[in-house]
Design a protein around this ligand. Sequence first.
Ligand code: NAD
Ligand code: ZN
Ligand code: ZN
Length: 336
Amino acid sequence: MRAAVVTKLGAPLEVRDVPTPEPAAGQVLVRLEASGICHTDIHAANGDWPVKPTPPFVPGHEGVGVVEAVGEGVDPARVGTRVAIPWLGHACGECSYCVSGWETLCEQQRNTGYSTDGCYAERTVADARYAVPVPDGVSSTDAAPLTCAGVTTYKAVKVAGVRPAERVAVFGIGGLGHLALQYARIAGGFTTAVDVEDDKLALARDLGADHTVNARTTDPVAAVQALRGVDVAIATAASPRSFEQAFACLRRGGRLVCVGLPAGGVLPIPVFDLVLKGITVIGSIVGTRQDLAEVFALHAAGRTRVIARTRKLDEVNESFAEVLSGRVPARLVIEF
Ligand code: NAD
Ligand code: ZN
Ligand code: ZN
């Protein structure tokens, strides 16, 4: 089978023939139909973060496909069903995090396309318990971005506790941000979209944003403070500066949710402002299987729109360059 392989951190991926994996006990073998390109995959291939993946590996954690075979102990009725393979590829199921609804914090977790081979491949194996069923009303091309960008920002809106009529700023209207905006609106928030590309801001308006700010040409802090600040700021851009701006846009009692993971990012926070304004800073990592099921249910009901363009596996390196150029509206999805 064909797969895109990171052979060396920082080098272009190699699209080559690799052996088709066999499903071990507890696993499913999935024939992929669609595989989203998350900015995390670019960080992974570059080795941007403190915990680095070990080449060779196959990135990709927005995989959607059909179960072709099951390993020992997995219900054979799953063959022929569609599943999504997210970043949380495996968790222990028994630790205090797992049993309290925080499987995303499990210390035994394995991450698809980072610590195990992922979904930039014609086939992959996945832990059957963490492969989430995709409902009929959701196409595979739409399901792919929902599997990371969707679940991550849905969770971010949940942990922010956005309430009706609160003001929410979303920094970065890319794969994650275009969905963050929609979940903030579903929660009842008034939204401001901040990006550095006019096309992304046009997309944000099309998706219902109440205000847009181009941070390349306008100071977003001044612009948002002129609108009396926001209750919630969701930082999704891979730019350390935008985290500082997101913090400075908050009104008293505000919540900053950090979602983007810029290489070497550090967030300097003035303690005085944090304390006197009663601000909360939250880190938010993906979402649970239940969160993803809710994301799919909202999409099947027509409550969200996925904006994506499709690419071929052979175009993976060009696709990475497109994402980095900021000119992708809003997600690229490899179709098989
Ligand atoms: P993306 O490239 O699709 O989107 C990023 C957007 O930010 C683009 O629209 C870009 O134009 C915009 N941008 C760039 N600089 C900006 C700035 N200074 N101000 C405002 N906007 C700016 O990326 P993505 O796939 O949405 O991922 C974003 C980040 O989130 C990545 O760092 C990724 O690793 C991280 N991520 C985190 C989680 C999590 O669970 N916390 C999950 C998935 C991805
Ligand atoms: Zn656990
Ligand atoms: Zn992701």
